[in-house]
Design a protein around this ligand. Structure first.
Ligand code: 26W
Length: 822
């Protein structure tokens, strides 16, 4: 018999080509003469999506039939990055598709460039959520990601005159082939208004909420394919719409323009991602976004529960809800409200379900990032939730009082309501009380939570606390982004490391092998050549690929201390000016990252990098010695270009401030050596790779506290170190601002008078450590060996390991293998 492959599922080159041209014609409505590169991208994306759909439907069918226990991962951010390449990798069809499009005279890289990346996150927290979705699908763990379909993701960053300019990210403009709207599963979310007590027919006290406004949430589903498994899970993102009924009333009252106006304000809810990282501003619209996606998601889960014929009492068996920080913490009150007010459960029954279903991950130690909402604002938007929170608090504080009699101070510290001045609802406290599990994202971070930020909760509920060190997906951050290193790893140890990253250990045997070292070095050089070409195009600079690529890419923040890096660059510059024969390797300092639009000091830090770049890159004496590059618009796509080309990874936050870091892991996995403080996951990275393969400097977290307690005076360091003084003075007199002595004054004043992140205290040790880095880099064999060993010892930092830990300790979700049905 003749075998005919289905055009929507077949994987042979001939079928793929036919499907591709078919989609170009019937979906894009174009033929090759008229088609743009973007049309071709869309045709290819639909071709890949068809192949995902088969898995997606089989997966949904299996979970429905088996009533599988499911992780509901609630996150205000999912920083997914481009989908096409990643899906090709996970489906195992990258090479064959590359060949198929080449046969049609097209270039896969160029097509992938056409995709607008879904940048629905700020930084670490959002990207972690995306890595976890990949790992859950790869490990065949039933999961649903729930979040917001922001119409505008994180802003695009332009650099004009050395300064950041924000441009709206219209990522949906040309359509999104990776989503399926599901209008039939839309739900209503109430906002504002007031509550009324009443007695129901059986004489029970009940509460009814009469909202001021109702908003419709429409789900859009994105497929999440596992790596070479049949599993295809779902990321369900909610888009806000005005409900039809609402329009209708106003239409009938004749206020046509008013109706259109109201529609706009409803749709504002999912309009834009808040671009703040690690700072909470207490904005009403942000709280509205939080309740919006939380309520939509919980209603969706209750619908799924009912459709599977399960009782409400089985909610916590069917679902485990993971809160990605406190952004979805209102889940605690909303689940209580749904169970009691909409489904008639008693308080005790509802509380039992709620508190068995929810687990909370904390991602930050920054006090200004801890979310708290003015009680008035909260009550105006969510009157019923405020009542429920008061009741939770009342019962909670009763328990505390029983455990710790006569400790009113403790009650004040633990209360869900901050009453020290203006009254606030403390979202971290709500999350802690309402969950069965509380975790930090690295060993040190969890310890600091227990000793400091959540100390009182730890004393109350030690059994709830656990640590889950973050991880990153090797599919995106190695297989897709670094094909050269991937090929070499496959050639050396086979290709099973992709889903069993600890197998990289087997590389250790090769670390001393000269021919292996040579090949390893050549790969890094080729990757650096690619990035050098990119920098030539973007920044108009000629970069020597032999120079040490010293890279710091991450959000711009004072605690991350990009300006400490700059102080080192200026010091090196001064040294080279004073002693032109100084023996240091040529270096290229590479920066990238966005500053929150309202964070003036962070924006000044960007300006400073660019100011220093302008001077150094134009100084003929620095040619072939130093270059400074600020790469605009750091995003997932750019990250994938940068990590493979890095020699040195800058992880230099003040100890005790970076909860984990995940960029640190991506760099090391790609063979960069770290210079870093003992902060976040750096501690564990150093333990794994060995102290001799890691450049450590700086105060430890306990030393930071001790120094601050004893009274820190940055001025002493300024006066006591001539090189430091020279560096700061040169900024102050305008050397890096075309003679303008005002521009950087706020930045330098803050360092000299306050220096909350102890740059001046860590400066000397950092510069000394950088000298050792330079010397080590000059010994190529030694450096290459360190690079190989860093990769070989990165197994622990796969997000697969993190997810296995969550499954075992928190979620108790068995894997559900999927069989393909057609
Ligand atoms: C409400 C404003 C706001 C916005 C974002 C507060 C807090 C956040 C995030 C929690 C900030 C964040 O992304 N934290 C990062 O989370 C990563 C993943 O766990 C860690 O690796 C980073 O160290 C941490 O800064």
């Amino acid at each position: 018999a003749v075998q005919v492959e289905d055009d929507r599922t077949g994987l042979t080159p001939e079928t793929l080509k036919r499907a591709f041209l078919d989609n170009l014609f019937y979906i894009q409505g174009k033929f090759p003469r008229l088609a743009t590169q973007h049309d071709y991208y869309m045709a290819l994306a639909y071709t890949v999506r068809d192949r995902l759909l088969q898995r997606w439907i089989s997966t949904a069918a299996a979970y429905t039939e088996q009533g599988s226990r499911t992780v509901a991962y609630l996150s205000a951010e999912f920083l997914m990055g481009p989908q096409l390449g990643h899906n090709l990798v996970n489906l195992g069809i990258y090479d064959i598709v590359q060949q198929a499009v080449a046969d049609l005279g097209l270039n896969l890289d160029e097509l992938m460039e056409q995709e607008a990346e879904p940048g629905l996150g700020n930084g670490g927290l959002g990207r972690l959520a995306a890595c976890y979705l990949d790992s859950m699908a790869t490990l065949e763990v039933p999961s649903l990601g729930y979040g917001i379909r922001y119409e505008f993701g994180i802003f695009r960053q332009d650099i004009r005159n050395g300064q950041q300019v924000e441009v709206t990210d219209k990522w949906l403009r040309l359509g999104n082939p990776w989503e399926l709207p599901r209008p039939e599963w839309a739900v209503d979310v109430k906002l504002g208004g007031h509550t009324e007590a009443y007695t129901d027919r059986s004489g029970r006290y009940r509460v009814r909420w009469i909202p001021y406004q109702v908003i419709k949430g429409v789900p859009y589903d994105m497929p999440i394919a596992g790596y070479r498994t049949n599993t295809c899970n779902t990321l369900r993102l909610w888009s806000a719409q005005a409900p039809e009924a609402f329009d209708f009333e106003i239409f009938n009252s004749g206020d046509y323009l008013g109706a259109v106006q109201d529609k706009l304000s409803s749709e504002n809810l999912s309009k834009v991602l808040y671009p703040n990282d690690n700072i909470s501003q207490g904005k009403r619209l942000r709280l509205a976004q939080q309740i919006f996606f939380v309520s939509c998601s919980l209603q969706d889960m209750l619908r799924i529960l009912a459709r599977q014929g399960l009782a409400l009492s089985q909610f916590s068996q069917k679902f485990v809800i993971q809160l990605n920080d406190t952004h979805p913490a209102v889940t605690v009150a909303e689940l209580m409200r749904l169970l009691m007010d909409e489904h008639g459960l008693s308080w005790d029954a509802a509380w039992d379900i709620t508190q068995r279903s929810i687990a909370y991950t904390n991602h930050t130690l920054m006090p200004e990032a801890l979310e708290k909402w003015p009680v008035d604002m909260f009550g105006q938007l969510l009157p019923r939730h405020l009542e429920i929170i008061y009741e939770i608090n009342h019962r909670f504080l009763e328990q505390v009082r029983a455990r710790f009699p006569d400790d009113s101070d403790r009650l004040r510290r633990l209360s869900l309501i901050d009453e020290s001045g203006e009254r606030y609802v403390r979202m971290a406290h709500l999350a802690c009380v309402g969950s069965f599990s509380i975790n930090g994202v690295a060993a040190l971070h969890t310890e600091l939570l227990k000793q400091d930020v959540l100390k009182d909760f730890y004393e109350l509920y030690p059994e709830k606390f656990n640590s889950k060190t973050n991880g990153v997906t090797p599919r995106r951050f190695m297989v897709l982004s670094n094909p050269r290193q991937t090929e070499m790893l496959n050639r050396t140890i086979g290709d099973t490391w992709v889903s069993r990253l600890d197998e990289l250990k087997r590389l250790e045997a090769k670390a001393e092998d000269p021919s292996f070292q040579h090949d390893w070095h050549m790969i890094k050089q080729a990757n650096k050549g690619d990035l050098a070409n990119y920098m030539a195009k973007q920044n108009g600079l000629v970069i020597n690929p032999e120079s040490l690529f010293d890279v710091q890419v991450k959000r711009i923040h004072e605690y991350k201390r990009q300006h400490l890096n700059v102080l080192h660059i200026i010091t090196l510059y001064h040294r080279l000016k004073a002693s032109p024969n100084l023996e240091v390797p040529p270096r290229t300092f590479i920066f990238g990252g966005k500053a929150a639009p309202g964070y003036h000091v962070a924006k000044l830090m960007i300006r400073l990098v660019n100011g220093v770049a302008e001077v150094i890159n134009h100084d003929p004496a620095m040619r072939d010695r130093l270059k400074v590059v600020f790469l605009r618009n750091f995003n997932v796509r750019l990250a994938q270009r940068i990590y493979p080309a890095a020699d040195l990874s800058e992880q230099i936050s003040m100890a005790g401030k970076e909860a984990s870091g995940t960029g640190n892991m991506k760099f090391a996995l790609n063979g960069a050596v770290t210079i870093g403080t003992l902060d976040g996951a750096n501690v564990e990275i150093r333990d794994e790779v060995g102290a001799e393969n890691f450049f450590l400097f700086g105060l430890t977290a306990p030393e930071v506290y001790a120094l601050k307690a004893q009274g820190y005076n940055p001025w002493d360091y300024y006066q006591g170190d001539p090189e430091l003084k020279q560096a700061l003075d040169s900024i102050l007199v305008g050397t890096f601002s075309r003679g303008d002595g005002e521009v950087f004054k706020p930045l330098i004043d803050s360092l000299l008078n306050w220096d909350p992140y102890l740059l001046l205290a860590d400066y000397q040790d950092y510069v000394a450590c950088q000298e050792r880095v330079g010397q080590a880099f000059c010994d190529r064999t030694h450096w290459t060996r360190m690079s190989i060993l860093n990769v070989a010892r990165m197994g622990l930092f796969s997000s697969d390991r993190s997810i296995q830990d969550y499954c075992r300790d928190v979620w108790r979700t068995p894997a559900v293998p999927i069989e393909l049905t057609d």
